[in-house]
Design a protein around this ligand. Structure first.
Ligand SMILES: [Zn+2]
Ligand SMILES: [Zn+2]
Length: 161
């Protein structure tokens, strides 16, 4: 009797970076401000610590219910995705030291500063955002900034390159 061991063809699996970025895009679908649908996922040791998307504070009316709150051409009703992810971690007592942040859009300067002080070590983003200061701050803080472009668009402001 011959025993034959056959190995089934291995399906194409996404890399860890692709996997977590894909999740960030899924999180972004919960956004309630259609000026940008942004999702953020904080990860350490291949485990998700927290997620966030941009929207109004809990219990307050959302942009898609009452409209945007515009100041200087920015909607100020929402907390940004990265901010909500950091706050969610704080609320549940989850440390963010040395974590990686996967974000559908390059962080703005305020979020960059918060990511720095949250102990984030690496930021992986998909869509570009024209904010040179945020790139500068992140690099000055020694944070690795990796661009992982996605064809899929999160919203009208999303630019893959
Ligand atoms: Zn809005
Ligand atoms: Zn931001």
């Amino acid at each position: 009797m011959t025993v034959e061991q056959t190995t089934p063809p291995r399906p194409q699996r996404p890399s860890w970076d692709d996997y977590f970025m894909q999740i960030a895009f899924t999180v972004a679908e919960r956004s309630t401000c259609d000026r940008a649908h942004v999702g953020a996922v904080l990860v350490r040791d291949r485990r998700i610590l927290a997620t966030g998307y941009n929207g109004a504070p809990s219990g307050l009316p959302h942009c898609d219910e009452v409209g945007h709150l515009m100041i200087d051409n920015h909607c100020v009703r929402t907390l940004h995705a990265e901010q909500n992810a950091i706050i969610q971690a704080a609320l549940h007592g989850v440390g963010t030291q040395d974590a990686t942040a996967y974000v559908t859009h390059q962080p703005c300067l305020t979020c960059a500063k918060m990511l720095i002080n949250a102990g984030i070590r690496r930021v992986v983003y998909a869509g570009n955002y024209p904010d040179e200061n945020s790139r500068l701050f992140l690099s000055q803080a020694g944070i690795v900034l990796d661009h992982l472009p996605r064809i899929r668009s999160a919203d009208s402001v999303y630019q893959p390159d």
